[in-house]
Ligand binder design. Sequence first.
Ligand code: PMP
Length: 359
Amino acid sequence: MSNLNVEALVRPELAGFEPYDPAFTPCDVNLSANENTHELPQRVRQALGDALLGTPLNRYPDPLANELRDELAAWHGVQRNNVLVGNGGDEVLFNLLFAFGGTGRALVVTPPCFEEYKNFAKMCNTDVVEVWRDPVDFSIDADALVAAAAQAHIVMVTSPNNPTGGLIDPAIVERLLFQTDALVLVDEAYVEFAGEGASLIPWIADHPRLMVLRTLSKAFALAGLRCGYLVADPAVVNVLAAIRQIYSEDVLAQAAAVVAVRAREEFAPVVADIVAEREVLAQELAALPGTKLWPSSANFLLLRMPRAAEVRARLRDEHSVLVRDFSYAKGLSDCLRITVGTHEENQRLLRALAQVMGR
Ligand code: PMP
């Protein structure tokens, strides 16, 4: 360890941050990170291999990933200039705060929600205003949210919400758009698991302050690729295009993402299977003694149970099944978040849980 006083050198707003720790331990069954654990559809696998092999690495990428933007725009019924691609949704979220946050400005969030909103805001010297969800059903107090947003520059809501699983009531988004001047981000990282019609992308055309975040990390089973995107008004996209890391989306990621989005119909059976498995798993988990489960429109379930942290450790250590512990988090005491896996993985989790709880 050197004796450099780095705390005195780092920007004050960045002091105290720790490297991200996904609390990962190698396990046979990993249901901890809301990934898609299904195999890629065979034809997609083949096409991805061909695309990656055929992509030269000696040239810089297209900075804005225009071929991919066109593919995404065609899918969502918007124009290329409505779409901004990033190195995962995370990069887009950071850049949103880099661009629209800053000293004297505030971000409004509705915890319990994705922690990175707050972290990125703090890194960008942006105040964070928290409008906590109802502790029992995790619903949002619309009046409180609108009042907070009316004083803020940007609001981030999540639909379905991570880790609580529910969709946002579109009427709340409507109020945010009509009753405040804030930019409104709806994070739809998990929306493909919520069924037809859940996305608010069709609203973009009429609401220039509305932005929708999507990712290929979940339904498309490409979390390792790092590809997320924003659908928004061209003016917002232009600002973000101007301040982003110029080559953050590499050539391999662009080539693979184009293939996956073009083949999006191939993923429909995978998504349908996860949704069906979610309902089976939810029933089984809810039937366990002493548990509480919230309805989920995503590819994960939030479960409250006695001694959750201990149960999670025993699932990991005795059964090689990994789920995410949220019992330390405010508003989520004794909660575990369980990604919906394949049928076999879910059954293995249930057997392991029965054994852990039986003793
Ligand atoms: N939003 C939410 C709500 C998430 O849960 C995640 C991933 N955990 C992201 C955005 C970012 O996903 P990615 O960077 O993999 O696109």
